[in-house]
Ligand binder design. Structure first.
Ligand code: PEP
Ligand code: MN
Length: 293
């Protein structure tokens, strides 16, 4: 029919009718976070920090690492989507307690806080301490959650579910844009394939999705290699590859004692590994005319 791209799952009419707001028929969006940091332009922001906030001491240490690396975007979940419901002393989320810790972080550090919202009932509590809301892979098609989060008019990072197409992701982003919140950032975090390289690799970073999303959408696309490969040894090469492939932001997990992290202990970098990676990103960034912030 009117498919200019035979064999592709996004048709020419999809761009106009299914995702009129997120498609590339619109002017490329630059999403401003503060006076220096924006997504979708010449700047490639790094969002980094631990998987979960865990406790005040840990997150303060992570903020110091951010400061030393001249970075501002801190990631850290207080609510965690865990694949299994059994939480132990070691494997936990900080929950509502984390709201107070984030308040303290704000008082002590000049950081911008990125954190995941899992249920809309928590939005009211979170909105004063969270600057950028993350909607995780598992909630990518939780349309009421996307709509309610969008109504707060703060930037949203929408992660692609590991089994969803780019077409599905753009459909989901439309639920935020239709609420007149234009600040939607898409995130590639790995797809699930029938076979993986080894049992610790749950997902595979879909590098090709980065240029593809830039072709089909006006929204910025960032990459989260940590969640994709689930293996700290591979985070550096995949992060560098993401930048080279045109990622407009990077999400990287680090932790003071990665192998003892409360959640996802295999994927976080330690402080030194993270600092080395930031240096390498800045080197590659300068040759691509991209400022790594
Ligand atoms: C996270 O960023 O902590 C997370 C749970 O990510 P994802 O939704 O991609 O699994
Ligand atoms: Mn995780």
């Amino acid at each position: 029919m009117d498919n200019k791209f035979p064999g592709k799952d996004i048709t020419d009419s999809d761009l106009k009718d299914k995702f009129p707001l997120s498609s590339s028929i619109n002017k490329k969006k630059i999403i401003k976070i503060d006076n220096n940091i924006s997504f979708g332009g010449d700047v490639v922001p790094i969002i980094s920090g631990p998987n979960g906030i865990e406790n005040k001491d840990l997150i303060f240490k992570c903020c110091e690492v951010l400061e030393k690396n001249n970075l501002k975007l801190l990631r850290g979940q207080i609510y965690k989507p865990l694949t299994f419901p059994y939480r132990s002393k070691k494997y936990y989320e900080v929950g509502d307690e984390g709201l107070k810790i984030l308040e303290e972080v704000r008082k002590n550090f000049d950081v911008i806080i990125v954190s995941e919202v899992m249920e809309s009932e928590k939005l009211e509590l979170m909105k004063d301490v969270v600057d950028v809301f993350q909607i995780g892979a598992r909630n990518m098609q939780n349309f009421p959650l996307i709509s309610k989060t969008a109504k707060l008019n703060k930037p949203i990072i929408l992660k692609r579910h590991f089994g969803c197409s780019i077409r599905d992701l753009l459909g989901s982003s439309e639920y935020a844009l239709i609420e007149k919140n234009e600040k939607v950032i898409l995130c590639e975090r790995g797809i699930s394939a029938p076979h993986t390289h080894k049992s610790t690799s749950r997902f595979m970073l879909d590098i090709q999705a980065i240029p593809a999303i830039k072709e089909y959408s006006c929204l910025p696309i960032i990459s989260d290699p940590s969640h994709a490969c689930f293996w700290h040894e591979w985070v550096e090469p995949l992060t560098l590859a993401s930048l080279a492939a045109g990622a407009e932001g990077l999400m990287i997990e680090f932790h003071p004692d990665p192998r003892n992290a409360a959640v996802d202990p295999l994927q976080a970098l330690n402080f030194d590994e993270f600092t080395t990676l930031v240096k390498k990103l800045r080197l590659i960034g300068s040759s691509l005319n991209k400022k790594i912030l």
